[in-house]
Structure formats: C-alpha cells, structure tokens
Design a protein around this ligand. Structure first.
Ligand SMILES: CC(=O)[C@@H](O)[C@H](O)COP(=O)(O)O
Ligand SMILES: NCC(=O)COP(=O)(O)O
Length: 238
C-alpha cells in the first residue's frame, strides 16, 4: 500500500493572505486525517510565507498519523525538527528565492553534509528521506548518506505525462525506484502529483511507500467542492 500524506502548505498560504486564522491549520489537519489521509506534510520555508515555524510545533500536538516535515536543513530548520520530532524529515535543497522546490540533491557533491545531518536526525529517532531527481547515480549516492528513504522529485514526470509522453515520463522513475530498492532505500515521491497522474505513477513505480501531495490536491478540493458550497449559499439566501 502507498500512503497518502497531505501537504497543507497551501492552506497556510490562504490563511496568511488574510492575516487571521482561516482556514485553521490545526482543525484542517485533524479533519484531513479523519477523512483517511495517512500523513500530514508541511514544508516550512525560511521566509515563513506559508507554514510558520510555530505551526510545526502546534501541529505536532494534534497529528496522529505520520508527520513529515520537509525543508532545507539550514541551522534553524535542524533545530526546529529536533525540537518537534516528527515521524520523518525530508531534506530538500531549496534555494531561498525559489517559488517552489525545483531540484533534488546532488548526493555525491553534498555527501559529507548529508551524512552529518542524517546522523543527527536518526540519533534522535527521526526517520530521514532525501529529495532526489530520478537519476540512478543520485540514488546510489543517497544510499551512501545513511538515509532511510528517498523522495523522488516528480515534477518532470508530471510535466511529460501532461504532454502525453507517458513512456518518457515514467522510465527514469522506474529505474530510480528499482535502484533504490536494490540498495535498501524506502521510496517516497512528490511534487505536482495530481488526480490526473497519480494512478499511472502508482501502477508503474514498484515499492512506493508514500506520496506527499499538496498543490493539486488543494486546488482539486476547491474545484470539486465549489458547486456544493455555492448551493449552500444559495439555500441560505432564499
Ligand atoms: C519538496 C517538494 O516537492 C515540494 O513540493 C514542497 O513541499 C512544496 O512546497 P511549496 O508548497 O512551498 O511549493
Ligand atoms: N513533497 C511534495 C509535497 O509535499 C507536495 O508537493 P506539491 O503537491 O505541492 O507539488
């Protein structure tokens, strides 16, 4: 079975746009779990443009499924994760000015750094995952860091799949997943996965433990829920 971890960054984006507490991240996370999601993912960025460091602490008190915190392991992020102790930390090499995550780790170039950080998290009982492109050399390099899992960066899959290039979209991910399994790494995946592409991805990727989905899932929720909500307003306005 592949677990679904819902990334709630976008709910925080909405909340922050009005300065209040709507939507409430705590009750949203609880509801998302009660609807069957098997995990909650957040990605606090240094500018706190969506998830704030305090959200990470507050969510720890209520999340009862798998709690996954993603981010670039700068000192403040490392301290936060060690304080909060989520189920899993996913290390992502974000540039500060990037709109969203846009690359996986070069696990060969950053091996020593990753080895150190991963050792620290694992010594504190936190499972580790590192974000990588679908590249067998990067997967082999990931295994050398001591990480428990990798998260395959699926943007290229989503983009090519959307263009109808199905074989081209999935083959690097099949190769990377097979290599990860061979070297004993657990396999997660995420970025731009959606209702359109998730079934195809799941059917082709062996040993897929978990997907984290945020942007599309929240957009789909708005779109698929809007008819219902408009009718609820119309009923109240009769
Ligand atoms: C690590 C990753 O793939 C990202 O998709 C991420 O967690 C989303 O971050 P934003 O919500 O800031 O775009
Ligand atoms: N790790 C990927 C994630 O949490 C969500 O990515 P996206 O669905 O917002 O692109």
């Amino acid at each position: 079975m592949t677990k679904l971890s819902v990334n709630i960054n976008k709910l925080a984006t909405l909340r922050n746009s009005r300065g209040g507490n709507v939507p409430n991240l705590i009750t949203s996370a609880q509801d998302i779990e009660s609807f069957g999601a098997q995990g909650i993912t957040i990605h606090p960025r240094p500018d706190e443009r969506h998830i704030r460091y305090q959200d990470a602490r507050d969510l720890k008190k209520v999340v009862t499924t798998e709690y996954n915190i993603e981010g670039n392991p700068i000192p403040s992020f490392i301290d936060l994760v060690l304080e909060v102790r989520p189920t899993q930390v996913t290390l992502v090499p974000d540039a500060e000015d990037a709109i969203t995550s846009n690359a996986g780790w070069d696990t060969l170039k950053h091996k020593d750094f990753l080895v150190d950080v991963i050792k620290t998290f694992k010594a504190n009982g936190i499972r580790t995952s590192i974000f990588v492109d679908p590249n067998v050399e990067m997967v082999k390099g990931a295994a050398e860091t001591g990480t428990d899992r990798i998260e395959l960066y699926t943007e290229s899959f989503a983009h090519l799949y959307d263009q109808g290039k199905t074989k081209e979209s999935i083959q690097p991910f099949i190769d990377a997943a097979n290599m990860a399994h061979e070297v004993g790494l657990g396999i997660n995946a995420g970025h731009d996965l959606s209702l359109d592409n998730i079934k195809f991805f799941k059917e082709h990727i062996p040993h897929l433990l978990e997907v984290s989905i945020g942007h599309a899932l929240i957009c789909e929720s708005i779109y698929l829920g809007i008819e219902n909500v408009i009718n609820m307003y119309l009923n109240k306005l009769k």
